[in-house]
Ligand binder design. Structure first.
Ligand code: ATP
Length: 300
């Protein structure tokens, strides 16, 4: 379990991470979402003790990172897939890591197989595509069989097969009891695997919810109604506290009144209902709504 407590990072006059608190729980995948520049990488780097917080702390199983016995078996991370020595082969890269940390070298082949790199293990990294480098970064992250796995934008550069593979890998790691934190700027990439979603914008926590909760939130959810007499129904529903706007094909978009009540009002007033559908925004739309106006580098 990793506890992030009031974590703050200020670069000169830029607040990259602003008083952020959340937990990374074992046994689930947590999606860490935010637009470019939201502060995801900076947070992950602070968890890994690569960046010193301006304020706040990260507690890993009750300890600070520097007090961990074998950090590599506590936290494995993919932070920057390009930060590899291009002249080394994958095998040499992983060998350096096992030698430096005392991890049994048998883990190397296991991880190369797990990440699909077994056949290209003797190629120099400079010949690797971004997707292959991501796979190697993941192999390195898993080398110490860590309890927590932190992956910063791991879907970048992966092809369709790679995305499928990574999704099932992340799920399997969580099923093994590991805490898995996966960052992305796209909800669609993590919604299929994450049980919990943390949304960050401009360094601040916008949402920390289960995927179920986030889907149930009514941000832009509404009831779509078509009836025999929409204008009469609209008046009646407004009297009952509904917020109504006009939808497509003459339908009504109704908020703030539940479907049962609408049904009863329609029945009591002899108005036949032709359609009554709950429309929930997709997670992608929810994410856009949550982060609207909170993007530093938005293309015009
Ligand atoms: N070393 C640094 N010096 C100065 N500013 C920095 C530094 N590292 C990050 N920042 C700034 O902090 C903010 C957060 O950056 P960060 O890389 O953590 O965001 P992110 O959510 O990971 O975005 P992306 O998806 O684009 O990587 C940005 O405005 C960035 O420019």
């Amino acid at each position: 379990m990793i506890e992030i407590k009031s974590l703050t990072k200020v670069y000169k006059d830029k607040v990259a991470v602003d008083n952020l608190s959340f937990d990374i729980k074992p046994g689930i995948v947590t999606g860490f979402l935010g637009p470019n520049g939201a502060g995801k990488s900076t947070t992950m780097r602070m968890i890994l003790n690569l960046v010193k917080p301006s304020k706040g702390e990260v507690i890993i199983d009750g300890k600070h990172y520097i007090d961990l016995n074998q950090p590599i078996s506590k936290i494995g991370a993919l932070i920057d897939a390009d930060a590899l020595n291009p002249k080394l082969t994958a095998l040499q890269h992983l060998r350096l890591m096992t030698t430096a940390s005392g991890i049994p070298s048998s883990r190397i082949i296991e991880m190369l197989e797990k990440t699909g790199l077994e056949k290209v293990k003797d190629k120099q990294i400079e010949e690797y595509s971004l997707g292959m480098k991501q796979r190697l970064g993941i192999a390195a992250a898993l080398l110490g069989n860590p309890e927590t796995v932190i992956l910063d934008e791991p879907f970048n550069g992966l092809d369709v097969d790679g995305i499928k593979w990574l999704r099932s890998l992340a799920k399997n790691l969580a099923e093994e009891g590991k805490a898995v934190l996966v960052s992305s700027h796209l909800m669609s990439e993590v919604q299929a695997i994450a049980e919990r979603i943390i949304v960050l914008a401009q360094g601040k926590l916008l949402a920390d919810m289960s995927v179920e909760e986030i889907s149930k939130k009514s941000y832009s959810g509404y009831l779509k109604i078509k009836s025999e007499n929409n204008s009469k129904l609209e008046d009646l529903l407004k009297k009952n506290g509904a917020y109504i706007s006009k939808g497509e094909e003459g339908s009504l978009q109704v908020r703030n009144v539940e479907s049962e009540k609408i049904g009863i009002i329609a029945k009591e007033n002899y108005i036949a209902i032709f359609e009554l559908t709950r429309v929930q925004p997709s997670l992608e739309e929810l994410f856009i709504e949550l982060t609207e106006g909170k993007v530093d580098y938005k293309s015009k």
